[in-house]
Design a protein around this ligand. Structure first.
Ligand code: ACO
Length: 380
């Protein structure tokens, strides 16, 4: 029993060349590049390219990649129909999961049997690109349909982040907002063997197809201990209301042993490497929208909670209020995380496929001792 690693904490399950998390130096590298450098200098398309191909694209490669990405931005009628059959009060994560499932069923139709559905490395790279390109329209449509709005056609003249905002709000976003949103996409893109990525790798290890792996990853991401925390942070902000109510609210929450969403991390125990970059973007949004009240609530809850528990914010803490300021519905926050993380998930799916071993850990049985059915006569 002493060998059990509950929650697989501290277990190194495999190698990866996609990202390196170093809690000692509080750093996160994508293919060797510090994430904060990528977030501040690269369009998200270039980061997606880096995660899949291992190198940043040249200007020519980026131009070619953009043409391919822009060709798959439109909301497919069958996917829209799949979403439309869901109740308006379905959770947007369920909508996105359903949409990816529909795309998978359509794209692998005719593959005949489970052995053929898995596809070649080239096909899976193309599938990854198409999913990456399609998700903004799916996420944006979810928010628009809940607001009673028709979908908006994608814009070929806009980069990924600007087009995503266009698809959601039907108007061009200010460059300040585009920059903050682009950064958030890069910061959310990849984080080694987190729960959703590991889920994708487990599913891939059975030789199931890429879409099934992404659908499973979306299910894992939905939980509030993982991606769902960015939505939960906003609920907490609304519950507290204002900075002067933080101390009283926190006393009550901690007395009830509530988890304070947006704080803590399985790997980082001295602060999440992505927070300073996203916090800087939140600061620009606070200034742009003239919402110092958000900054005050943010700072007060952070200092009160860190002061009492010594547990630091994770990426969801600044990104939740940032997405709120931009105008996304709270329930849309985790689907935004899906749109970003699909790049990391698919990079890991490709890596797992290239060097596969079925992921099948052992368990220590702690149930009742062997017993027998009265009157059972064994077969001769
Ligand atoms: N609020 C209150 N207490 C906390 C929090 C928190 N956010 N995080 C950790 N703790 C406490 C636990 O209650 C526990 O206390 P105990 O030892 O007295 O029982 C101790 O710190 C250790 O916490 P664990 O949950 O066991 O640590 P673990 O490494 O498993 O958890 C996790 C990491 C799940 C992220 C946790 O910190 C948490 O639940 N945070 C809130 C949810 C959240 O923000 N998730 C986002 C993760 S990052 C991302 O997905 C981008």
């Amino acid at each position: 029993m002493s060998d059990i690693k509950k929650g697989l904490a501290g277990v190194v399950a495999d190698e990866t060349s996609i990202s390196k998390v170093n809690p000692e130096t509080n750093s996160l590298l994508y293919r060797g590049y510090p994430v904060q450098e990528l977030a501040s200098t690269q369009p998200f398309e270039a980061v997606a390219y880096l995660l899949w191909h291992g190198e940043l694209p040249t200007d020519e490669q980026l131009a070619e990649f953009r043409v391919a990405e822009r060709a798959h931005r439109a909301l497919q009628p069958a996917v829209k129909a799949a979403i439309d059959q869901l109740p308006l009060d379905s959770h947007p994560m369920d909508e996105v999961r359903m949409a990816v499932d529909a795309i998978g069923a359509i794209e692998t139709a005719g593959s005949g049997n489970v052995l053929d559905a898995v596809g070649t490395p080239k096909e899976n790279l193309e599938r990854s690109l198409r999913l990456f390109a399609a998700l903004p329209a799916i996420v944006a449509y979810g928010q628009r349909r809940r607001r009673g709005l028709e979908p908006v056609d994608p814009r070929d003249d806009l980069d990924y982040a600007a087009n995503f905002l266009w698809l959601t709000f039907g108007e061009e976003a200010d460059p300040v907002v585009v920059e903050a949103f682009n950064r958030s996409m890069t910061l959310y893109a990849e984080h080694s063997f987190n729960a959703s990525t590991f889920t994708a790798r487990v599913i891939t290890s059975t030789l199931s197809d890429l879409y099934s792996a992404v659908v499973g990853a979306i299910g894992a991401l939905k939980g509030p201990l993982h991606g769902g925390a960015n939505e939960a942070v906003q609920h907490i902000f609304e519950e507290i209301g204002s900075a002067e109510k933080v101390a009283e609210w926190l006393d009550a929450a901690l007395a009830e042993k509530r988890k304070i969403m947006g704080f803590g991390h399985r790997v980082y125990k001295r602060g999440d490497s992505r927070v300073p970059t996203m916090k800087a973007s939140l600061d620009t949004l606070v200034e742009f929208y003239d919402r110092s009240d958000v900054a005050e609530l943010y700072a007060t809850l952070e200092s009160e909670f860190v002061g009492r528990k010594g547990i630091y914010p994770n990426l969801d803490y600044p990104s939740g209020p940032a997405y709120n300021l931009i105008g996304f519905d709270t329930l849309t926050f985790t689907p935004l995380f899906v749109a970003a993380r699909v790049t990391g998930w698919t990079a890991h799916i490709l890596e797992q496929q290239a060097s596969n071993a079925l992921i099948r850990p052992l368990s220590a049985y702690n149930g009742v001792d062997e017993r027998h059915i009265a009157g059972y006569v064994p077969d001769a």
